[in-house]
Write a new protein. Structure first.
Length: 86
């Protein structure tokens, strides 16, 4: 089980990435979603993960080609879900 763990899954707003995020959430991990797409559809997927698996799911639309956005994504993930690292 992944209870109390956090998964940051890039490309997770649809397809295989979303399936991976759901599988990790099904094992108890909180999930940070990342990717492109329609904002309403992304919110629907995020809310479904929370409802279906009883975990916390969040979203960040960072562009994986921009280092500053990647850094902000990692920082938001740690801030949202906590971190044992400083």
């Amino acid at each position: 089980m992944l209870t109390s763990k956090t998964a940051l899954v890039t490309g997770s707003t649809s397809g295989i990435g979303l399936a991976i995020a759901n599988a990790l959430a099904g094992q108890g991990a909180n999930v940070m979603l990342n990717g492109l797409g329609n904002a309403a559809e992304i919110e629907k997927a995020r809310a479904a993960i929370e409802a279906d698996h009883g975990v916390t799911a969040a979203f960040n639309g960072a562009d994986m080609t921009k280092p500053s956005e990647i850094e902000a994504l990692v920082k938001q993930t740690a801030s949202t879900f906590g971190s044992d690292r400083t």
